[in-house]
Design a protein around this ligand. Structure first.
Ligand SMILES: [Zn+2]
Ligand SMILES: [Zn+2]
Length: 192
C-alpha cells in the first residue's frame, strides 16, 4: 500500500513499480512487465472498457534520467462496449503508448508543479497512465460496423433484422405520444 495521502484505485495499487534502484543513477534502466486483471467497470465511465477480470498487460522501460524516472512502453487490452447505434456488443483491441517523466520533487520548479507528475514513495505509479492511455484509444462512439443501420427512430426496432422495416401509417399510440411531445414543447415555449 502506498501513502495515505492519495486514495489509490485497484489499478494504482497493481501498477506501482518500485524504482529505488534507479534513483540518482542516470543512464541505468530496467524493463518491467506486468499483467493484471481489470478492476470493475467504472459506472458512467467511457463507452469502451476492459471487462472486469480480463487482462491489462503493461510492458515498460523505466529509465533513470537526471530529472527523475522516465517511463515509456505500451499497454495492451481488449475493450468491450455497445454499438452506439444499435446497442449490440462491440469489442476493440487496443495497444496504447505510455510515456511519462516522473520528476524528482526537488527538480520541479514551483511554476511547473501543477503540470508535473512526481516521483514519490520510491516508486512509479503507472496506473493513471494506463487509464488515460486506454481512454485515449477507446472509440468514443463505438459502432458494430461502419454502416450500422441502428434502431428505428419510431419504435426502436433493430433495422438490421429487416432493412425494409418502416412505418406507413403513424401508429395511433405514436401519434398520441407525438401530440404530447408537441404540447410539451408548446408549454415550454410559453414558459420561456
Ligand atoms: Zn450497431
Ligand atoms: Zn419502427
Amino acid at each position: 500500500m502506498s501513502s495515505d495521502a492519495t486514495p489509490s484505485t485497484p489499478l494504482d495499487t497493481a501498477l506501482q513499480f518500485d524504482a529505488i534502484d534507479l534513483v540518482g543513477r542516470p543512464g541505468s534502466h530496467r524493463r518491467v512487465e506486468r499483467t493484471i486483471p481489470a478492476p470493475p467497470r467504472e459506472a458512467g465511465g467511457i463507452a469502451m472498457q476492459v471487462p472486469e477480470g480480463q487482462d491489462i498487460a503493461v510492458e515498460a522501460e523505466l529509465e533513470s534520467v537526471v530529472e527523475g524516472i522516465y517511463v515509456h512502453g505500451t499497454v495492451t487490452a481488449h475493450l468491450e462496449g455497445e454499438c452506439s447505434r444499435c446497442l449490440d456488443p462491440v469489442d476493440q483491441d487496443v495497444s496504447a503508448r505510455l510515456d511519462e517523466l516522473f520528476m524528482y520533487p526537488e527538480k520541479v520548479r514551483a511554476e511547473e508543479k501543477e503540470d508535473s507528475v512526481l516521483f514519490e514513495d520510491d516508486a512509479v505509479n503507472v496506473g493513471p497512465l494506463v487509464r488515460d492511455a486506454l481512454a485515449m484509444e477507446a472509440d468514443e462512439r463505438p459502432l458494430c460496423r461502419e454502416d450500422c443501420p441502428g434502431l428505428c427512430g419510431q419504435c426502436g426496432f433493430r433495422m438490421e433484422d429487416d432493412p425494409d422495416h418502416h412505418h406507413d401509417v403513424i401508429d395511433p399510440r405514436f401519434a398520441a405520444l407525438q401530440g404530447l411531445l408537441e404540447d410539451d414543447a408548446e408549454t415550454k415555449n410559453e414558459e420561456a
